[in-house]
Ligand binder design. Sequence first.
Ligand code: A2P
Length: 356
Amino acid sequence: MTNSEQGLRVAVVGATGAVGEELRRLLDTRGFPVAGDPVFVASERSAGKKLPWKDREVTVRALSPEVFDGVDVALFSAGGSTSREWGPVAAEQGAIVVDNSSAFRMDPDVPLVVSEVNPEDARRRPKGIIANPNCTTMVLMVAAKPLHDAFDLREMVATSYQAAGGAGQSGITELIEQAKKLIDRADEMRIRGIDVESTVEPEKFSKAIAFNVLAHCGSFTDERYTDEEWKLVNESRKILHIDDLRVSPTCVRVPVLVGHSIAARLTFGSEVSRDAAMAALAGAPGLEVEDGIGKDGEELDYPTPLGSAGRDEVLVGRVREDLGDPRSLNLFVVGDNLLKGAALNTVQIAELVAAE
Ligand code: A2P
């Protein structure tokens, strides 16, 4: 790695976006060793715009091969097609690319890394590209890994409750605008909701997201599952190195701004008690246990997406032995989809590279 004395030259592609904004903030607040000014990159639309960096401003540049001159680490969060086209260009010029899109996640020559789960995978990167996992998968993996280490994970039945914000800033706007309008039609929604639902003209989502729950995240691909559901299957297998892990996914969109939740039933090779599971989860990196039922003096506590927003840690609670199968556990996991689910893990991967 060059520039080891002064730090690394860093580029952020998609610097003006929602994840880009978090990336810029985290590079600064986490004290990433940035040499000189970072290179902030976006589309032609934003070229020339000034973005704050520490006590100064940095001018946004439009994507071109030259923006990667001398760059050691390039963080990409500008969508799959931009990554597909420009990730290899940056890598050819010697930058290590950390890509937040789905473009390279299942490429066998691109490691797919959750910093607390499989950091060692980041070292083998023949294409010079490291992929950041899907936000829902990422959150679940932080809790699944210590349990897998202890009890040998074989199967997951996972149902997600994904925030509108997972569909970008426009997803948040759609939820808020609909909520403002529909709140005045509360009686109608209660008595004949279909009349209200059919008058909403959704853009980002396929039906009304306010005051509703949509069993549809991402796009339908084949076999009646969505791409979001397939990510949960394929990315979990790759991250945990369990090729035959059985995953039954259902991804659901809920009217939450930020924070993805997953209710999961995990089945292991060995029998598992709640006490043993709690011991495995306690102190696991990047994870915080919020688990109490409020009986016998115990504090009532469980994770919520609202309670996760703005927090680095993934939260886990409702840890229960399964009622039918002694090898299975049920639990509820929540994480901020913009932080651990996206920008934070991207910067943590860059930190692994910097530590080399
Ligand atoms: P721009 O602001 O110029 O559109 P979000 O997911 O929040 O919408 O952010 C997407 C980010 O990706 C923005 O920074 C956006 O820049 C950037 N972007 C989108 N398309 C391109 C492109 N073709 N080339 C470079 N950057 C792009």
